[in-house]
Ligand binder design. Structure first.
Ligand SMILES: Cc1cc2nc3c(=O)[nH]c(=O)nc-3n(C[C@H](O)[C@H](O)[C@H](O)COP(=O)(O)O)c2cc1C
Length: 478
């Protein structure tokens, strides 16, 4: 029924050999992020692990535990890699609202006033030598003043001093809309940063669900039980009760400062821009808290893994809701996050132009930059198989749709951003489904290939696993 808190999850992760402890002292102003960077740059995805720095400051610091790989993400949802998309579709169909509790582990210690100092926390610098300050990279909860619902997402926040941060609330994002709903009435907007809670909340926060859908309810759906929440001490927001640390604050009208430069998920440094400033009103935490920060910046990263995997189920569910039941699977490449990335759809086209139609819908309703549609006999997570489909079934002049003049979030797209000005971007839809008249595959029959596996074994050749792409090809009728 899901993990109660991040600690439970770390125990499970360690039990599977997917968490490494670093006992030696590390300097969080540079060393921690550089070690985590090597994890993503040098260790193949399937072998990656979470990092628990036992001596990085006042408390242990964890990063990459949820988004090291598809395997760790699956464990975070208490499922298998194949179970990730079904878990998401279930959660989106059956969200479970949080339940409020009166007392919570995250409030064992309550610090307010001058004692609520960010200096108490081991907040890392994520692109040492280039970021201007330490940054909170964790869950951010806000509320819509008019409708009353809460929003949970990740918006990086730059430490300005021990009591203030600058929050990267991009115009149009849901957190920005929530904060604006207070500021335009001249009221301070409540905001919290939730550091390390049950992993389902971390996974839900970065899925692009519609405005008004509380990601904490989706997290309940992912866990199969409601997330317990507690009222924050100094502001009117409910926060996950089993969090390690909660930072409470408010954004006052007209309080703004420059945020950045900061290492972006796209691989380049962001430019400094003006963003809202939040003033800390309280820090509450467990007696022996853990600190968690996502590592983003140069891809691949924990950020790209979390955002890609969370948004696949969302896209599939949306297509099914539109009546396209013949869409079978969705994959978003793990190098670029759910936005500006490459989405691949596997489907069984039902009529001429169906694959293109699906590609266009996905291009128009998501932040993906490239959308490729293939048949259901392609393993969309296998780059080699996908390339084969593009070589064999895609005619560029005939099967490409270009969508130009797309706006959001082209300002974050290094390919179109120029000299600090925002520019419109574009998208490509590729129909790489088989067109009529394709001959049979040049593969022996399944029966003969299965028999040959026995011969392989008898010959004493090294053991092999049948790749999914071959399984799919052998299953083809003609
Ligand atoms: C480590 C990390 C940092 C992120 N930083 C930001 C950010 O600063 N601003 C932003 O708009 N989105 C950021 N995102 C992406 C959003 O959290 C994500 O797209 C989320 O779904 C947005 O939620 P919303 O649709 O409720 O606005 C970040 C994601 C991660 C994993």
């Amino acid at each position: 029924m899901g993990y109660r808190d991040l600690r439970d999850f770390l125990v499970a992760l360690e039990g599977r050999g997917r968490l490494r402890r670093i006992a030696q002292p590390v300097d969080r102003s540079w060393e921690l992020a550089c070690i985590a960077r090597w994890l993503y740059q040098a260790v193949p995805e399937r072998e990656r692990f979470g990092l628990l720095f036992e001596n990085a400051g006042a408390m242990p610091v964890v990063t990459a535990a949820i988004g090291a790989s598809r395997e760790t993400y699956a464990l975070a949802l208490d499922t298998t890699p194949e179970g990730i998309i079904p878990a998401w579709v279930r959660a989106l169909s059956h969200p479970i609202p949080p339940v409020r509790v009166a007392q919570a582990p995250c409030q064992e210690i309550v610090l307010t006033g001058r004692s609520a100092s960010l200096d108490l926390l081991p907040i890392p610098i994520w692109t040492p030598g280039k970021d201007v300050a330490p940054y909170l990279t964790t869950l951010t909860i806000t509320r819509d003043a008019d409708a009353g619902f809460q929003n949970c997402a990740v918006y990086r926040s730059m430490v300005l001093d021990e009591r203030r941060v600058v929050v990267n609330l991009n115009p149009g994002r849901h957190g920005w809309r929530c904060v604006e709903s207070y500021l335009r009435r001249g009221l301070p907007a409540p905001i919290t940063w939730v550091i390390a809670t049950e992993p389902a909340v971390h996974c839900a926060a970065v899925a692009n669900v519609p405005y008004g859908v509380d990601e904490v309810s989706i997290a309940g759906g992912l866990k199969g039980t409601p997330v317990e929440t507690v009222k924050a001490r100094t502001i009117d927001l409910a926060v996950p009760a089993h969090a390690e640390i909660v930072i409470e604050g408010e954004i006052r009208p007209d309080d703004r400062a420059r945020e950045g430069p900061f290492g972006e998920f796209a691989g380049y440094m962001s430019q400094a821009v003006e963003r809202p400033v939040a003033t800390i009103t309280a820090i509450t935490h467990r007696r022996d808290p853990l600190y968690y920060g996502y590592i983003s910046q140069f891809p691949p990263s924990e950020s790209t893994t979390l955002q890609s995997l969370g948004n696949c189920g969302l896209v599939l569910k949306q297509l099914h809701d539109l009546g396209h039941a013949s869409v079978r699977d969705v994959h978003i490449d793990l190098t670029y996050g759910g936005l500006l990335a490459h989405g691949v759809i596997a489907m069984r086209p039902q009529y001429p132009g169906h694959a293109r139609q699906i590609g266009r819908i996905v291009a128009d309703t998501t932040l993906l930059k490239r959308v490729t549609v293939v048949d259901e006999d392609i393993d969309i997570r296998d780059a080699q198989h996908l390339d084969w489909a593009l070589n064999a079934r895609y005619d560029p002049a005939r099967d490409t749709v270009l969508v130009s003049g797309t706006f959001s979030p082209a300002d974050m797209d290094p390919a179109v951003r120029s000299e600090g000005r925002e520019a419109a971007g574009s998208k490509i839809v590729i129909d790489a489904t088989e067109k009529s008249g394709a001959p049979p595959f040049s593969l022996p029959s399944r029966e003969l290939m299965d028999k040959a596996l026995e011969s392989w074994r008898a010959a004493g050749l090294p053991p092999i696993e049948v790749p999914r792409r071959v399984d799919l090809a052998l299953a083809r009728k003609k």
